[in-house]
Design a binder for this molecule. Structure first.
Ligand code: SF4
Length: 366
């Protein structure tokens, strides 16, 4: 078994953050909220960037105990074919969405790298910004995705506690803790411009996981200082399999985490998804969170055929329409942002590309 890297356990790095997250912290939640709010306003203005997830496939070869798509779940498996993907994207576009996160499970024959790359190509024709949350890939594969218009990847470590990780990931490629830990660096080396990191709150000690998450981001930032970084704080939601999180995180602790990370990382995008309730998301708007998902479906597709009844990866909480959600933001004098970039910028980070061309990279996007 490969050793943990030194940076992951370096407590000197996280002393200030640990002090803010401690139950014995001298800073009240109100004081942290006020500081976080002021920083957010200064760095991001009164804006909220919006995106939506599109599940391409629910095939998976892994056995994560907390997931409704684990390979032992009795769920109907399917994937979107190219014409279905186009239809879904068109339906999303009609809702105003132009920033999409494409999701799959672990690599399978039904949803492999070529399938994902074709899906990115299709999405890049319709959407202004395309990111993926899928299986870990090689540098060459990430470079090929970047060439097709993928600008971001999301890859959560889920928990940084290696023993808990071993127990929760029962089988499959995701069992490899170190490989997953190294994945964001491979993506950046391949020219992906933005990486999203996160922990699934509830799986392990939340404060320990938050501190490790911070160290991971700082570690990446030392090498990839031009890259965009974002952090997410997803809490467990009910899912097929009925896994009950042993380390429940209440609203106050989650708020403390968001404020503390905003203070510690003023320029990092902080993300809050529809796993949270409408009231909680409204409460966090302007206080540290700068990016939110909207109109989420956790089934494969679901934007074109809204009548489809199937089990998603997990249950969403905030099911407001984009219109309703934007109205709530505007009520707080926050501007919803669907697009603040041009697709012309969507190529790979050129300074991070290798000078040599691997045969995989040479395959054109159509
Ligand atoms: S979390 Fe991802 S890798 Fe794990 S079972 Fe679910 S879809 Fe598969």
């Amino acid at each position: 078994m490969r050793e943990l890297p030194d940076w992951l356990t370096d407590e000197r790095e996280t002393a200030a953050l640990a002090a803010m997250l401690s139950p014995a912290s001298s800073s009240s939640l109100e004081a942290l909220a006020a500081e976080s709010r002021a920083i957010t306003l200064r760095r991001f203005g009164r804006t909220m960037t919006l995106y939506a997830p599109l599940y391409l496939s629910n095939y998976c070869s892994s056995g994560c105990v907390y997931c409704g798509f684990a390979s032992d779940r009795k769920t109907v498996r399917h994937r979107l074919e190219p014409d279905e993907t186009s239809r879904e994207l068109t339906a999303m576009k009609k809702l105003g969405i132009s920033d999409v996160l494409l999701l799959t499970g672990e690599r399978t024959a039904a949803a492999d790298f070529d399938y994902l790359r074709r899906s990115v190509e299709i999405a890049a024709r319709t959407m202004q910004r395309v990111s993926v949350e899928a299986f870990p890939m090689s540098v060459r594969e990430y470079r090929a995705l970047a060439d097709c218009g993928c600008t971001g990847i999301t890859i959560y470590q889920e928990t940084y506690n290696r023993e808990r990780y071993e127990a929760l990931h029962r089988w499959g490629p995701k069992k490899d803790f170190i490989d997953r830990l190294e994945t964001p660096a491979r993506a950046l080396e391949g020219g992906i411009k933005n990486v999203g990191l996160g922990v699934l709150l509830g799986l392990s000690d939340p404060v320990e996981d938050a501190l490790s998450l911070y160290r991971h981001l700082r570690h990446l930032g030392r090498t990839w200082w031009r890259a965009g970084m974002s952090l997410s704080f997803p809490r467990m939601r009910p899912q097929t399999g009925g896994y009950e999180p042993p380390f429940a995180v209440d609203d106050h602790l989650l708020a403390r985490m968001i404020f503390a990370f905003r203070i510690a990382l003023p320029d990092t995008e902080l993300v809050l998804s529809t796993r949270e309730s409408a009231a909680y998301r409204d409460g966090m708007s302007g206080l540290g969170i700068t990016r939110m998902s909207i109109e989420s479906r956790t089934t494969v597709g679901g934007y074109h055929d809204t009548e489809k009844k199937e089990t998603g990866q997990f249950e969403i909480f905030d099911d407001r329409t984009a219109k309703e959600f934007c109205a709530a933001l505007r009520k707080q004098n926050i501007e919803p942002v669907f697009k603040n970039w041009e697709p012309a910028y969507n190529g790979p980070s050129s300074e991070q590309n290798s000078a040599t061309t691997h045969p995989l990279d040479a395959q054109p996007c159509h």
